[in-house]
Design a protein. Sequence first.
Length: 146
Amino acid sequence: MHVRPTFRIEINHKLNKKNMKTGEKLYTQHADHTEWMSKLKFYADEITLMKGRLGELVSKNNQSDVLAQVEHFQNQLIVQKNNIDELAHIITVDEIVLEKEVNKNPVAVDHREMPSHSNEKEAMDAFEKNFNELRAEFKTFAAKWM
């Protein structure tokens, strides 16, 4: 039985002026936020489906090794749902910052640049990579016991 380590997102969300990269357009960041929120909704829906499959597995199998794996996946899904909530919150806060910037000076919004949100990009990439690995592991487990 392979047990993957728990993956919890840690994001340094405070802007560090020394390491702050500029050059991202407001509309580019907004497009990223929109895409990321859509992906997070999809992953939240996937978690709901995976929880349902776990329920089916438990109803068909009550062997201790199966139940241990089910508990492992339940814990992982809780952690990933928390990661989704945390990422969604950070994205929402970033979007509010963009809106305030636009409202402060709506002229030439198309050309205005904002500090890079590379920390958020890295966190989304890490989350997606981990979630896809978890999903693949889950599918292998479910196929074995369904």
